[in-house]
Design a binder for this molecule. Structure first.
Ligand SMILES: O=C(O)[C@H](O)[C@@H](O)[C@H](O)[C@H](O)COP(=O)(O)O
Length: 232
């Protein structure tokens, strides 16, 4: 089945946040109604904060939802750069406080040493993942698939769920779900704000080299159900 991505644009971030939160909540609840549970992977960064707040208010059976991160900076969960810290602060509150969060950071010094334990930490989440929320950098990275990293080829070809990535253009070593793991999801949302990200998206759509703009791995995947939600 070839997916025809939907592109939805909004004048206000809040409008996007409410609409996308409602859509995601409905998808999670319908998975719960069918299989008794649901799984959600979220990205970090600055874009998703309003979406997390809106999602946290959605009245679904959050105690049956497993939440983890598309990628994580290999820093303490209390560090300002931690995505776990961001999710605990902005998403896992209100009704979503009862969701089951599975962080990726563990006690190992490096993500290379910690990846096996991180895979164990998310092993019981329902797969394929029901919903994955991706952001994008203006270098065309998504997740931690950084074009500057030496691991970019394995990030997009590995059959492992998670791998360590060491970007040179962004702080912190990271751990990230692989291209295959994300592309197997039932639904992916690419969540973007601002004209700069729209310009980057159009540049990515106009070319085909996935290693220079890894977001293309998602955009070119005809079997993957992904929609783009963008606001000014
Ligand atoms: O850990 C991260 O930073 C994210 O997973 C990363 O892929 C993010 O989505 C983009 O870098 C966009 O970040 P902004 O939303 O801050 O522009």
């Amino acid at each position: 089945m070839v997916n025809v991505p939907v592109f939805k644009s909004f004048d206000e971030r809040q409008q996007l946040a409410k609409a996308l939160a409602h859509k995601i909540a409905n998808q999670l609840q319908s998975s719960i109604d069918t299989s008794g549970k649901a799984s959600l992977l979220v990205s970090g960064g600055s874009t998703p904060l309003a979406l997390f707040a809106a999602l946290s208010e959605e009245a679904i059976e959050w105690r049956k939802v497993a939440v983890s991160l598309v990628d994580e900076r290999w820093v303490s969960p209390t560090h300002p750069d931690s995505n776990e810290r961001l999710v605990r602060k902005y998403l896992l509150k209100n009704r979503a406080a009862s969701a089951n969060f599975h962080g990726l950071k563990n006690m190992y010094e490096t993500p290379e040493e910690g990846v096996a334990m991180a895979i164990e930490a998310i092993a019981h989440m329902q797969q394929p993942f029901d919903v994955v929320i991706l952001g994008m950098g203006n270098d065309g990275h998504t997740a931690s698939w950084f074009p500057c990293s030496k691991e970019i080829e394995s990030a997009l070809s590995s059959d492992k769920l998670l791998l360590a990535v060491n970007p040179t253009s962004a702080p912190n070593a990271r751990i990230s779900f692989s291209g295959n793991a994300i592309a197997s999801a039932k639904q992916v949302y690419l969540h973007l704000h601002g004209d700069d990200k729209l310009e980057t998206l159009n540049k990515a759509l106009a070319g085909d080299d996935v290693y220079s703009m890894p977001i293309r791995y998602i955009l070119q995947n005809k079997a993957l159900a992904y929609d783009v939600y963008w606001s000014k």
